[in-house]
Design a protein around this ligand. Structure first.
Ligand code: B1M
Length: 214
């Protein structure tokens, strides 16, 4: 099989046998390690999502796929471009209440921290109270919310409402598969006093954070 298909297959099959060797081959072939993640590895993950939706995979198998994705990101991370050490700002990052998906969020953390941001990663299933407390404690420049489930998009609305009630108006950046720009503008931003920005992927998240600084 060609390299790209082999990489996607590790994710789909949840197998790590030969993974590192192929990732190293990919590192030699691609200029930017992020292209390996956004390309073949994401193709594999999308296939996992499709098979899971069709009841052809069970949660335990999807978990194995997630492990392959995480191991791949960990292997590629040291090769990603790192900007100067000057601190560009602080971001509190969380997967919203009720949601355990964290691969995308952790990718956002890697990209932001490699590019000069201090990231306080609160983890998964983070309730609004915990986020509000972190905002008061950490005084971040931006709050980043991730969520992949349809119900997580609604949870982001509730989170924005609670933050507003707590008189917080820091910029919020949201991302995740179930979200759209339209939902962000029409449903989340209308419930909040500060800016609410939609990031389609982790790189876009970095662009938006940079734009907020300017
Ligand atoms: Co779940 N899951 N899952 N899952 N899972 C999805 C999301 C699903 C679409 C699969 C499907 O049915 N086709 C579906 C959601 C349906 C829906 O609501 N529309 C689903 C479901 C149903 C579930 C469970 C309910 C299953 C069950 O238990 N019956 C359960 C939910 C539990 C819960 O959260 N309470 C569940 C559990 C799991 C696992 C634990 C097994 C595992 C997660 C492991 C982990 O994260 N540690 C898992 C996985 C792996 C997936 C899929 C297959 C892959 C997600 C992923 O990691 N993608 C997913 C299907 C799919 O997405 N194709 C699916 C790779 C990752 C890099 O992409 O996170 O989208 P992503 O991040 C992207 C962008 O979205 C963006 O940047 C990244 C790219 O650069 N981004 C941001 C994300 N957050 C951002 C934040 C930002 C900026 C950008 O700024 C703050």
């Amino acid at each position: 099989l060609p390299l790209e298909e082999r990489l996607a297959r590790y994710v789909v099959e949840g197998s790590k046998d030969g993974l590192i060797t192929d990732l190293d081959e990919a590192l030699a072939k691609y200029d930017d390690p992020l292209e390996i993640i956004n390309g073949p590895l994401m193709t594999g993950m999308d296939e996992v999502g499709r098979l899971f939706n069709d009841n052809q995979l069970i949660v335990a198998e999807v978990l194995q796929s997630a492990e392959v994705m995480k191991a791949s990101v960990a292997h590629l991370e040291p090769y990603m471009e790192k900007a100067s050490t000057e601190s560009k700002g602080k971001i509190v990052l969380a997967t919203v209440k009720g949601d355990v998906h964290d691969i995308g969020k952790n990718l956002v953390e890697i990209i932001l921290s490699n590019n000069g941001y201090q990231v306080i990663n609160l983890g998964i299933k983070v309730p609004p109270e915990q986020l509000i407390e972190a905002c008061r404690r950490e005084k971040p420049d931006v709050v980043g919310l991730s969520g992949l489930l349809v119900k997580s998009a609604q949870q982001m609305v509730l989170t924005a409402q609670d933050m507003k009630a707590a008189s917080i108006d820091l910029p919020i950046m949201v991302g995740g598969a179930a979200l759209t720009r339209k939902f962000t503008t029409n449903r989340i931003a209308t419930q909040y006093d500060g800016p609410v920005l939609y990031a389609k992927d982790a790189m876009n998240g970095l662009e938006l954070a940079n734009r907020l600084r300017d």
